[in-house]
Design a protein around this ligand. Structure first.
Ligand code: ZN
Length: 261
């Protein structure tokens, strides 16, 4: 599932391959991913425009042009790839932007989100909001301001884009495991040291993942155990537990992350 680091990776695809390039043609292979307008209107407004430097906010990729701004959301299964020749068998390719140099392909299997166009900053805000502050670079004080006083458990809060933007299921599990905090605990139950661990773990996990452009699956990361037949704590504590929080499956360690402290 694309989370903040993956979207940073997609921003790099744009930066490396299409910034400064003119969109010569747009092939909409599946109009179902074009949101808020018809696919012909989408093509008319964007074709001939030049890509400018992109920005990421939360899980959104904001890609301005010398005309409207393209807004991309990757839902659960989306991605953005650069190809110099298009693979005709790519059945999840939904929209292809052709420049003179190659093709930018928006792929998505499940099509939960898609592509929007915005003509102004107000319209960008209307599409993206309500969204909390971006998780990357959030200070400990800002994090506390977002989480304190809320009744929901931390796992659900960290995944709630209106609270902090950019984290999904995998990152929130990773952060809580690193901070040794049970996913169902409330922020107000944490002591000062735990609050600091949460803040540090969040920024460390984000920085490392953003550098890589995806969440590492190396053995020292909890994410390496997701989907494993017998998931085990990378700290050597034995079997991990799984629980449902907000419709998503959390992985956690009963030794590292006791439910009460
Ligand atoms: Zn453990």
């Amino acid at each position: 599932m694309p989370e903040l680091p993956d979207v940073e990776g997609f921003a790099r695809v744009l930066h490396s391959h299409v910034v400064g390039q003119r969109i010569e043609a747009i092939r909409v292979l599946d109009p179902g991913v074009i949101r808020g307008r018809s696919s012909s209107d989408f093509v008319d407004r964007l074709c001939g425009r030049v890509f400018r430097e992109p920005a990421r906010t939360g899980k959104w990729l904001v890609s301005p042009t010398d005309g409207p701004t393209l807004l991309l959301h990757f839902g659960m299964t989306g991605s953005l790839v650069w190809e110099t020749s298009h693979d005709q068998d790519d059945r999840f390719a939904r929209v292809i932007f052709e420049t003179g140099q190659g093709m930018l392909v928006y792929q998505d299997m499940r099509k939960l989100r898609g592509l929007w166009l915005a003509e102004s900053d107000d319209e960008i805000t209307r599409v993206i909001d309500p969204q909390g502050p971006d998780a990357l670079g959030l200070t400990g004080t800002e994090l506390r301001d977002r989480l304190a006083g809320r009744r929901a458990g931390l796992k659900g809060l960290l995944m709630d884009q209106t609270v902090v933007a950019g984290l999904g299921n995998m990152l929130s599990d990773e952060v809580l495991w690193r901070a040794r905090i049970h996913p169902a605990r409330r922020y107000d139950s944490l002591d000062t040291a735990e609050c600091r661990h949460l803040d540090r773990s969040l920024q460390q996990v984000l920085r490392t993942s953003v550098t890589q452009g995806s969440i590492p699956r190396t053995r020292s990361w909890l994410s390496s155990q997701r989907g494993a037949e017998a998931p085990r704590c990378p700290r050597g504590h034995g079997a991990l537990r799984t629980s449902r929080f907000g419709g998503r499956t959390a992985y956690w360690c009963p030794v590292c992350q006791p439910s009460t402290m």
